[in-house]
Design a protein around this ligand. Structure first.
Ligand code: BGO
Length: 274
């Protein structure tokens, strides 16, 4: 059976360049169901003697929140169509911003392989990334690529296929402060078994965020919804902020720590965003 890969990433991270380099003329362009957002799919070329690989190009997005058509299309696809693996294109020259989406992609429970794209620009921009350490900390493989120069593309597909074929996958790990993680874990523990284990963290976080599209997407038991609301109110009181901002800040705090210990910019300083 063909391996199904979803290609995800921020706008301008090089997704179109990579999709074209991977699929060449083997592309089919249509629309996502019910909306006028373009959907591109294609067969990966140069796989002679190897398994068939179908890549679905998701719209360029910054987040999996429910506020734009592109975000909704992307998350509906990831949650309902069960691709085997996500290749997450991260612009290596803008890593902090790009990893915000990465934390959410990992949370979907679908295995993620990061393509650290624009890696050809790192030396020129005096940026050094400890890829091995970043991969270990974030919990998924990272392959350095340049979609423009065509480097790392076969490697990223081979890694994605390898990950897709594994019979067991790691569940998404904890990234928030202790009190938020406790709330996530409480809600997660009450979710029905009709939600697969790998997706429970995604649903727990979204219920805490009061994501109305997610709330309406399934018949959640009242007890779960009540628990999520009680925990959300408590966290809002303690953090003096609304739940969505608490989660957003939590993601950025986590990313800042990751970047501080793995990305080095000019003049030997460990830095986050300068
Ligand atoms: C222009 N390395 C480098 N150096 N550039 C890359 C790479 C890479 O790995 N990958 C992509 N680019 P899209 P989205 C451009 O178009 O694929 C470049 O939105 C220009 N155009 O060539 O479109 C790519 O699909 C004039 O650059 O991204 C493109 O994700 C001057 O990144 C841009 C300079 O790639 C966005 C660049 C008229």
């Amino acid at each position: 059976m063909a391996v199904k890969i979803a290609l995800a990433g921020n706008p301008n991270c090089g997704k179109t360049t990579m999709f074209n380099a991977l699929t060449g003329a083997n592309q089919y362009v249509g629309n996502w169901p019910g909306v006028t957002v373009e959907k591109k799919e294609g067969k990966v070329k140069s796989r002679k003697g190897k398994e068939e690989v179908i890549v679905t190009d998701l719209p360029g997005i910054y987040s999996l929140s429910p506020y734009t058509l592109e975000e909704v299309v992307s998350r509906d696809y990831l949650l309902n169509e069960d691709p085997d693996v996500i290749i997450d294109l991260v612009d290596a020259t803008n890593i902090e911003r790009n990893l915000y989406l990465t934390t959410q992609l990992i949370e979907t429970g679908i295995p993620v392989v990061i393509a650290l794209n624009m890696s050809d620009l790192l030396a020129k921009n005096n940026i050094k990334i400890d890829v091995k350490r970043l991969s270990m900390l974030i919990g998924c493989p990272i392959i350095e690529t340049s979609a423009l120069k065509g480097t790392g593309l076969n490697e990223v597909i081979d890694e994605a296929v390898k990950v897709a074929k594994k019979s067991e996958h790691k569940l998404p790990g904890e990234i928030f402060e202790e009190d938020i993680e406790k709330a996530v874990s409480d809600v997660q523990g009450m979710l029905p078994d009709s939600i697969s284990e790998n997706k429970k963290r995604w649903y727990a976080v979204k219920l805490l965020e009061r994501d109305s599209k997610v709330k309406e997407s399934k018949k959640f038991p009242h007890a779960v919804l009540n628990q999520a609301e009680t925990e959300a109110k408590e966290l809002e009181k303690v953090h003096d902020d609304d739940m969505e901002s608490i989660i957003t800040d939590g993601r950025y705090n986590y990313i800042q720590k990751l970047v501080a210990s793995t990305v080095k910019k000019a003049k030997g300083q460990l830095t986050v965003s300068d």
